[in-house]
Design a protein around this ligand. Structure first.
Ligand code: ASP
Ligand code: MG
Length: 439
C-alpha cells in the first residue's frame, strides 16, 4: 500500500485536480490519497475565524461570499456533466451553509477548529466525486474516524493504527482511498488539527500506522534542494537523504516538508519520497534509512532566532549549573536549539520568543545576560561530517567574510550549525553554495 499526499497547490486548480486523478489512477497497486485543502482556503478560513472571534460579522461574511464564488467557479470547471455539476453545487451549498451557521452561533475556539477542518473535507469530497465522474472506483476514508491527538497535542500513532486496520479491512477491494490531511480529533473528541502544513504529517502518520511500502509527498517542486532557491540562484535537487538529514533540513528551514513528518516514517522505516506534480518524471528526493554517503548534502537557514548568553563566575568548576539554566526553559516550555559553552559562559538559542521576558527575569539570578535577537541558524547537513578531514575548514573558508556568533558541531553526524545575524543570511547561503557545493 502507498500513501500519497497532494498539497494545496496540487489540488488548487480544477485542471490540477484532474491531473492528480490521472496520476493516482496510473499508480500501480493500492493507495491512500491524502489531500490538503485547495490552496488559499485554510488562510481564508483563518481570516474568517479571526473576524468571527473579534465579532466582525460583516467582514467574515465578505470573506465567505468571495470564497463561495471561488468554489462555484471551481466546480464548473471540474465536472463535465450536468449531473455532476449538480452534485458539486450541492456540496458547495452544504459547506457554505455550515460556514454561515457557524458564524451565526456562539463562535469560540471549538467552532474555530471546526471551521478550519472544512477545507480538507470539501477538497476530498470534490476530488472523490471527480473520480466517480471519470469512473475510477474509490472510497472516502473519513480522517475524523481514526486520526487523533492526545492532551499534549501529540498524535496517537498506536491508536490510529488500531482504528485503521478494521476500516481498511472492510475496504480491501478498493484501490483508491481518499482521505483528509491535517484534521483529527483531540482527547475531548472535538475536531482539531495537526497545525498548519499538517497534511504531510497525516500522510506520514498513516504510512507508519499501516507500515506502508512508501509515503509520497507531491508538491510543486522537484524534491529537496541543496540550498534555498528563493535566495540562491543555482540550486540542485538532492536524490537521496537519510531520515536524520531530512529531519535536520525540515526543521531548519527547508519549507517543503512539515518538520514532524519524518518522525513516524523513520520510526517504522517507511521511505518518504518527495515528488513534483508539475513534472512527474523528475526523480525527486527519496528519504530512507539507506541514503547515500555524500559529504555535504544541503544547507538551510532558520530565521527568527534569539541568542541568549549567560555569563557567570559561578559556572567555573561548578556542577549542576547547566541543569538549573535548562530548567528555566523547561518551565516555560521553550525548546533550545543550539548551545555552546565555555568555562564561564553558555550561549543558547531559542526560536520561540513568547516567554522571553519571564525567562530572562529568572536567568538574571545566574549571572549577566546578553540577548541578540534577529539571528539566523545556518545548518549544513550531510553524512559522517566528523569523519572527513577538513570539513570545518571548507565551511569556514567559504564563510570567511561572514561574522559568526555561534557554532555547534559534533552534536550529530549530520549537522554543523552556525549562528549569524539575519542580515548576513543571504550572503552566507550564497557563499556556501560556491564554497562547498561549487555551484
Ligand atoms: N490546509 C492546511 C494548511 O494550509 C494543511 C496543509 O495544507 O498541509 O495549513
Ligand atoms: Mg505543505
Amino acid at each position: 500500500m502507498l500513501v500519497v499526499k497532494f498539497g494545496g497547490t496540487s489540488v488548487g486548480k480544477p485542471e490540477r485536480m484532474k491531473k492528480i486523478a490521472t496520476l493516482v489512477r496510473e499508480m500501480p497497486g493500492k493507495k491512500i490519497v491524502v489531500l490538503s485543502a485547495l490552496s488559499g482556503t485554510t488562510n481564508t478560513l483563518v481570516r474568517i475565524g479571526d473576524h468571527l472571534l473579534a465579532q466582525q460579522h460583516t467582514a467574515a461574511e465578505q470573506e465567505i461570499s468571495t470564497l463561495e464564488k471561488h468554489y462555484e467557479q471551481f466546480i464548473k470547471e471540474l465536472y463535465g456533466s450536468e449531473s455532476y455539476q449538480a452534485i458539486g453545487q450541492e456540496i458547495v451549498s452544504r459547506y457554505f451553509s455550515l460556514f454561515r451557521l457557524l458564524s451565526a452561533g456562539k463562535f469560540d475556539d471549538r467552532s474555530y477548529r471546526e471551521l478550519l477542518a472544512q477545507g480538507e473535507l470539501i477538497s476530498t469530497e470534490l476530488f472523490y466525486h471527480h473520480l466517480q465522474e471519470i469512473k475510477v472506483s474509490s472510497r472516502l476514508l473519513p480522517a475524523l474516524h481514526f486520526m487523533s491527538i492526545d492532551e499534549n497535542q501529540e498524535p496517537e500513532l498506536e491508536k490510529i493504527s488500531e482504528r485503521l486496520k478494521p476500516i481498511l479491512g472492510t475496504m480491501s477491494h478498493v484501490d483508491i482511498l481518499v482521505t483528509q490531511g491535517y484534521i483529527c480529533r483531540n482527547h475531548k473528541n472535538e475536531i482539531d488539527n495537526l497545525k498548519r502544513g499538517g497534511s504531510d504529517y497525516t500522510a506520514s502518520l498513516m504510512g507508519a500506522a499501516i507500515r506502508a511500502e512508501e509515503i509520497q509527498i507531491w508538491t510543486d517542486i522537484d524534491g529537496m534542494h541543496n540550498n534555498d532557491p528563493r535566495i540562491v540562484k543555482k540550486t540542485v535537487p538532492i536524490a537521496e537523504l537519510t531520515f536524520d538529514e531530512a529531519s535536520e533540513l525540515a526543521y531548519f528551514g527547508a519549507k517543503i516538508l512539515h518538520p514532524s513528518t519524518i518522525v513516524p516514517a523513520q520510526k517504522y522505516g517507511v521511505p518518504v519520497r518527495l515528488k513534483n506534480t508539475m513534472d512527474e518524471k523528475a526523480p525527486g528526493t527519496i528519504i530512507s534509512n539507506k541514503g547515500s554517503r555524500g559529504e555535504f548534502k544541503a544547507v538551510a537557514a532558520k530565521d527568527g532566532i534569539t541568542a541568549i548568553k549567560i555569563k557567570s563566575s559561578r559556572m567555573l568548576l561548578a556542577h549542576g549549573f547547566l541543569r538549573k539554566v535548562f530548567e528555566v526553559f523547561e518551565r516555560y516550555r521553550t525548546s533550545i536549539d543550539m548551545i555552546s559553552t565555555s568555562e564561564v559562559a553558555v550561549s543558547l538559542t531559542i526560536d520561540d520568543n513568547k516567554n522571553l521576558k519571564p525567562i530572562l527575569e529568572e536567568l538574571t539570578s545566574f549571572g549577566t545576560i546578553e540577548v541578540d535577537e534577529n539571528q539566523s541558524i545556518i545548518c549544513i547537513v550531510g553524512n559522517l561530517l566528523s569523519e572527513k578531514e577538513g570539513v570545518l575548514r571548507e565551511v569556514f573558508e567559504a564563510l570567511k567574510k561572514v561574522p559568526i556568533r555561534m557554532v555547534s558541531y559534533g552534536g550529530s553526524y549530520n549537522n554543523i550549525s552556525i549562528l549569524v545575524d539575519s542580515s548576513q543570511k543571504d550572503k552566507a547561503l550564497n557563499l556556501l553554495n560556491e564554497g562547498i557545493f561549487h555551484l
